[in-house]
Design a binder for this molecule. Structure first.
Ligand SMILES: Cc1cc2nc3c(=O)[nH]c(=O)nc-3n(C[C@H](O)[C@H](O)[C@H](O)COP(=O)(O)O)c2cc1C
Length: 190
């Protein structure tokens, strides 16, 4: 396979898109983020990279809490809206037609239309340059019953998540195989 060497950049493969909700001092907000991931299993932690200029950055710093809401493909346009304007001057819930729902642990609202909501408390902050990486300790996970798959997993066919590939939204293709499917050939336990 012949490769071309590109400029240093963040060129990457598809990433799931999330809606990050925050709240502080009687205000709340919802922001689209693709730079989100699981970063630790025990204790369970996730991380989101947020540019300093975002209203979300301000609310995150002030409250030390956030919720990661994972949307379905049905609401991709609402997700796009939440990434186009700032909540500093607009109520993006109203603008995007999204519904606030009370969580169990955090002040930040859950997005009711998202089947998965992960409430977090900031456990570490890493200023990296344009973006700050906020690591969040998971406090509570809410999953819509109809999206629960086998052994506590998410049923992606019921959930219908989508990803961002550079500047395009794509839904997911077909199942390729099972995690650990090669383990028996390797004689290891997956
Ligand atoms: C698909 C998509 C993914 C995005 N991912 C991020 C991200 O990971 N981090 C970030 O800081 N901004 C990201 N943005 C940009 C913010 O969502 C956007 O600047 C938003 O208006 C900021 O909102 P706020 O000022 O209300 O916090 C993304 C936008 C879109 C459309």
């Amino acid at each position: 396979m012949e490769k071309i060497v590109k400029e240093a950049s963040t060129l990457f493969l598809p990433k799931p898109v999330a809606l990050i909700t925050t709240a502080h001092g009687g205000r709340d907000n919802v922001m689209t983020a693709a730079w989100v991931n699981v970063v630790c299993m025990e204790p369970p932690q996730v991380a989101v990279a947020v540019r300093e200029s975002r209203f979300t950055h301000e609310l995150l710093k002030a409250s030390g809490e956030f919720v990661v809401n994972i949307p379905t493909r049905d609401i991709w346009r609402a997700v796009d809206i939440c990434g186009m304007v700032s909540g500093r001057d607009r109520d993006k819930f109203r603008l995007a037609g999204l519904t606030r729902e009370r969580g169990r642990e955090a002040e930040a609202p859950l997005v009711a239309e998202c089947p998965l909501n992960i409430e977090c408390r900031v456990s570490a902050e890493l200023p990296l340059g344009s973006h700050t990486l906020f690591v969040g300790l998971v406090l509570a996970v809410h999953l819509a019953g109809e999206c629960e798959g086998e052994r506590g997993a998410v049923d992606v066919q019921a959930f219908r998540p989508f990803v961002l590939n550079h500047r395009e939204y794509w839904d997911m293709g077909s199942k390729l195989g099972r995690y650990g499917e090669t383990a028996s050939e390797l004689e290891v336990i997956p």
